[in-house]
Design a protein around this ligand. Structure first.
Ligand code: ADP
Ligand code: MG
Ligand code: MG
Length: 250
């Protein structure tokens, strides 16, 4: 489903991704772990289409189609969703208005009819109950006055409503308390399906106690250096990333 082939990415004259290869199958939850500054966030931005990254070589294929040629909103319509992409407050925009606009934008791009208000309300009600998003939160402007955990909850609600085909979570790790961690994890776990894949990017093993990955990939120095099963995450927790950094330097 998602295939990244020989991806090279620079920012300015700085090479960040240096021939990265990764395959994530339908239904798979893949974790990427790696030290800080290794290009994990860069990878998530390049997949979702954020500006400012120069792709000098390589492909990102979603079901065989190179998404690097598509605009960010077109990628979103294909089902690519980057969580925590907009952790900012948008004071003027009512949360409900934002959610409805996001869902209808996606439907329009897919050539589907827009959601009628009752249909939309029903979907929001169900998903927000499941994720512990209160009616009061929904009535506030988007993210305004939300705690870190509430923002993540809202983001997972958005993901639940948009039903992405390929969800990317670029974990901020720091500042995520145990409740927020649980909400994020339960949100992801409830969305797991044979048709949907996730890329879970994290610096720490902790998140993977909650979201059990099918595969774990070690990223260092701009490439995937090693791939394995969940046991690899535990090994990394014990031994750290030093050997992967040293390998590259040698
Ligand atoms: P990670 O998420 O693994 O911590 P990042 O992808 O955030 O790594 O960053 C990889 C490297 O690229 C870092 O050294 C970072 O400073 C650099 N970098 C990322 N984005 C930019 C940018 N927009 N301009 C300059 N340097 C950047
Ligand atoms: Mg970082
Ligand atoms: Mg990062």
């Amino acid at each position: 489903m998602l295939e990244i082939k020989n991806l090279h990415v620079s920012v300015g004259d700085r090479k960040i991704l240096k021939g990265l290869n990764l395959t994530v199958k339908d239904g798979e939850v893949a974790a990427i772990m790696g030290p800080n500054g290794t290009g994990k966030s860069t990878l998530s931005y390049v997949i979702s289409g954020r500006e400012g990254y120069e792709i000098t070589e390589g492909e990102v294929l979603l079901d065989g189609e190179n998404v690097l040629d598509l605009e960010p909103h077109e990628r979103a319509a294909k089902g690519i969703f980057l969580a925590f992409q907009y952790p900012v407050e948008i004071p003027g925009v009512a949360t409900m208005t934002f959610l409805k606009a996001a869902m209808n934008a996606q439907r329009r791009l897919r050539g589907e009819p827009e959601l009628e208000t009752p249909e939309f309300m029903k979907a929001v009600k169900e998903a927000s109950a499941k994720l512990g998003v209160s009616q009061e939160m929904l009535r506030r402007p988007l993210n305004s006055g939300f705690s870190g955990g509430e923002k993540k909850r809202m983001d997972i609600l958005q993901m639940a409503l948009l039903q992405p085909k390929f969800g990317i979570l670029d974990e901020t790790d720091s500042g995520l308390d145990i409740d927020a961690l649980r909400v994020v994890s339960e949100g992801v776990n409830s969305l797991r399906s044979p048709q949907r894949s996730f890329l879970v990017i994290t610096h720490y093993q902790r998140l993977l106690d909650y979201i059990k990955p099918d595969t774990v990939h070690v990223m260092a120095k701009g490439v995937i250096q090693r791939s394995g099963g969940p046991e690899l995450a535990l090994e990394l927790e014990d031994r750290g990333y030093q050997e992967y950094l040293a390998e590259e330097a040698a």
